[in-house]
Design a protein around this ligand. Structure first.
Ligand code: HEC
Length: 174
């Protein structure tokens, strides 16, 4: 009797243990696919949902951005310089000027913007990624009309924004 009870207890312990580790690993693998808590991005055109493949957020900075809306590259000199190169490469400079002071396109220095949300890094990310209705083309990866697909990866957008903010009185992370 005692022996029987012991076996029952042992078996249920083992079962619980198996269940525990089973659900733990199931949770673990489930959250490995979606452990990035993603903020909701919206287009600058009409505020509708802006969906970007989570896989494109493939650096620590990009992951932090999509979790928090903050740009970790603000004020980081090496990233600012990398962003400046992209700002030139993607012709932002032609329309917005060498220090983002404005040319045929508006100044990006702020603190006031045509689209007020561009005072935040989340808002400026959305504008650069998906463009506007008024002459600013989408620069997000896969959205530029180019073959093969071209455009800025999320990490690169963050560097470009860090460059823009380095010419500005605001950081966008406030
Ligand atoms: C062909 C010219 C052109 C290029 C190239 C261009 N832009 Fe623009 N951009 C514009 C125009 C025009 C606007 C104003 C859009 C509007 O009024 O809807 C604008 C608006 C913006 C805004 C919003 C400004 C505000 O006041 O709200 C941001 C941010 C911006 N551009 C960033 C960039 C970045 C970064 C790049 C390069 C990756 C870039 N632009 C490339 C023409 C351009």
């Amino acid at each position: 009797m005692n022996k029987h009870l012991f076996l029952v207890a042992l078996i249920s312990m083992l079962a619980a243990c198996g269940q525990g580790s089973g659900s733990k690993s199931a949770d673990g693998s489930a959250s490995a696919g979606s452990d990035v808590k993603m903020i909701d991005l919206v287009t600058t055109q009409d505020g509708s949902a802006l969906k970007i493949d989570a896989k494109l957020f493939d650096t620590p900075a990009a992951k932090e951005f999509i979790a928090t809306g903050k740009n970790p590259y603000i004020g980081v000199e090496a990233e600012i310089q990398a962003g400046k190169k992209k700002f030139n490469l993607y012709s932002c400079v032609a329309c917005h000027g060498g220090r983002a002071e404005g040319a045929v396109g508006p100044s990006l220095q702020g603190p006031n913007f045509k689209y007020a949300k561009n005072a935040t890094n989340k808002g400026m990310f959305e504008t650069i990624w998906h463009g506007t209705n008024g002459g600013m083309g989408a620069k997000g990866f896969g959205l530029m009309q180019a073959d093969p697909p071209d455009g800025l990866k999320p990490d690169e957008v963050l560097k470009v924004i860090a460059w823009i903010r380095s010419n500005s009185a605001i950081t966008g992370n406030e």
